[in-house]
Design a protein around this ligand. Sequence first.
Ligand code: SAH
Length: 390
Amino acid sequence: MIKVILKKKISNRVVNGHPWIFNNEINIVEGEPEGGEIVEVQTHDKKFLGKGYINPKSQIVVRLLTRDRNEAIDDSFFYNRLLAAWNYRKQIGYSDNCRLIFGEADNMPQLVIDKFNDYFVIQTLALGMDKWKPAIVGAIEKIFQPKGIYERNDVPVRELEGMQQQKGFLSAGFDTKIRITENGLKFNVDIENGQKTGYFLDQQDNRRAIQHIVKGADVLGAFTYTGTFEIHAAHYGAKSVLGLDISENAVKQANENSALNGYSDICRFEAVNAFDVLKQWGKDGRKYDVVMLDPPSFTKTRENIQKAIAGYKEINLRGMKLIRPGGFLVTSSCTNLIEPSLFLDIIQDAARDARRKLRQVCFQAQSADHPIIREWENTQYLKFLITQVQ
Ligand code: SAH
């Protein structure tokens, strides 16, 4: 096996168990590895550190799969990891739908698997993981006897690894418009053409968190996508619900989902730019009891962080202005680079400008099937806040 020997000074990240080894942490690579090959990583004084896959073309040259010298990387390795991940999800209360593998946090760098009942959507975002796709598919088949497996590798980050974007069946073909049940509600999920893997499982715990505050309320939800939060609001007793999304297609799906659950009389959806209409409605003096915001990520790079901060402040400020005194703001941020404390500061800053006082109800992260490892960057990304706006 090819050996990668690290420099004496390596980052704490590696010491803390994080699987990434960067280019500038490597002293020598003994031999000429193929992209994606399994290599052994050693410390500067040649002590075994771990085994992982290498991609000399990537900035992150090695991603470790194991720190156990005796663990072989073969088909049964993938089977064992998937089974362990599934047992963990069951242990913490997930059954039908869950993120089965959340990459690094499941010691499966750059692998994502979402389970939607009997259907599985996978993403292999690094070359070394992509090579094991047959083993991963085999493990899913063995553990779950699924009705279908689909690959959503239409993700630009694959190009940094020298791979193409692609999507398609990894099992026999099937109807990719499927239906799931979440918190007793039905949702159609388009796993072929929906955003990301088709559905945002990362908010599934948070959708339940709005249960009490929406009772009898007039609710406005912006960035609704397929209407999940809004339909939950109707289910939990909202008087009226208006959901906004810039995409006509999202609004169409939100309407279908609302009809599917019998809430067409309570929920309405409009295809508009939320930034524009929230500003206008503030001027018009429109008021709601609850405003929910779940925008897409505002930046993936540090260079744009100030812009992202300004974006969050702006949209939350506009949202707050629409809330009746004593109402609630339900606000999320999935931008990885905005840390939880910074997000709270931004919301506070917006409240100051809006001359409103906040009283925090809850502050959560992504749902628990996306585990967080405290010292590892990139594992906590979602912030979810409910706050009263006085
Ligand atoms: N709340 C959803 C996920 C939202 S994803 C859920 O839980 O499933 C973010 C959504 O914001 C996308 O559907 C995208 O189409 C929409 N969006 C992006 N920019 C927008 C804008 N300026 N105004 C309204 N919607 C926008």
